[in-house]
Design a protein around this ligand. Structure first.
Ligand code: CIR
Length: 258
């Protein structure tokens, strides 16, 4: 029997000290961030996800962006080796958590780098963003770990945003969605639908056609509703200021055999 679990990590009080690369740094309200994170977690639970909280890492300002620590396919976890050195201390506790859930482990090793935010899973295809925090060795190691399990690993360019999933995610039918000015190559994907806002490109598939997405993308939400989906908006303004989005605040384990 498969379960739906989501790994999360509460934000550090030092969130404002996290990395920003493609946007200007603006003041972050850590107390508001904590409230927004709590609402995000409640939204996951309300839609049938069991949340598993990783130990807090107050000295890792970006630790809340837990998606970047791993890639999970069924019961196999590939522990990331973040391209950002400052984020490497986050992986040890993530590794312990997935081991505790019964996953077998692989690790991206030096000189490879890979962050989970660069990996978009559509069925048995993993699109991997190459160019920012993930290098060619990281892609090669991910391929070696997962292709024997029937996964196809397709590298795609990323140069305009932090991670592949900052540029594109996918609707439940596999259509890739993205805000065109930030997508390097829309033709890399079999079906591409442009959305009118940057944060409209980020959806978490909650199940049953429900899409968890940022409140800051109302026109994209309208577009998805018009396509028969049900947007579930959450305010994540404080995480957006740190270049985060709805996807990176959790690792969804959809096909874990419990
Ligand atoms: N997967 C993601 O989109 N992660 C966001 C990480 C943001 C963080 N400030 C970083 O630069 O690493």
């Amino acid at each position: 029997m498969t379960s739906r679990r989501a790994l999360v990590r509460r934000p550090s009080p030092r969130l404002a000290d996290g990395l920003v690369t493609h946007i200007d740094r603006t003041p972050v309200d850590a107390a508001l961030a904590l409230r927004q994170w709590e609402v995000y977690v409640v939204a996951l639970r309300a839609h049938g996800w069991e949340t598993v909280e990783l130990p807090p890492l107050d000295d890792c300002p970006d630790g809340v962006f837990v998606e970047d620590t791993m890639v999970v396919h069924r019961n196999v976890a590939v522990i990331a080796r973040p391209g950002a050195e400052a984020r490497r201390p986050e992986t040890a506790t993530a590794e312990e958590a997935v081991t505790g859930l019964g996953c077998s482990l692989n690790r991206i090793r030096e000189p490879g780098t890979l962050e989970g935010g660069d990996v978009l899973k559509i069925g048995d295809t993993l699109y991997v963003g190459r160019g920012g925090r993930t290098n060619g060795d990281g892609v090669r190691q991910l391929r070696a770990a997962l292709e024997p399990l029937g996964v196809r690993v397709v590298a795609v360019p990323v140069s305009k945003v932090l991670h592949l999933k900052s540029a594109v995610t996918a609707l439940p039918d596999g259509t890739v969605i993205g805000y065109p000015p930030l997508v390097d190559d829309p033709n890399a994907f079999p079906r591409f639908l442009p959305v009118p806002e940057e944060s409209g490109a980020h959806v978490v598939l909650l199940g049953g056609g429900k899409l968890l997405m940022a409140q800051s993308a109302p026109r994209s939400a309208e577009l998805f509703a018009d396509l028969g989906y049900e947007p579930v908006p959450v305010d994540i303004s404080e995480f957006e200021k740190m270049e985060g989005c709805v996807t990176c605040l959790s690792v969804r384990l959809r096909e874990l055999y419990a």
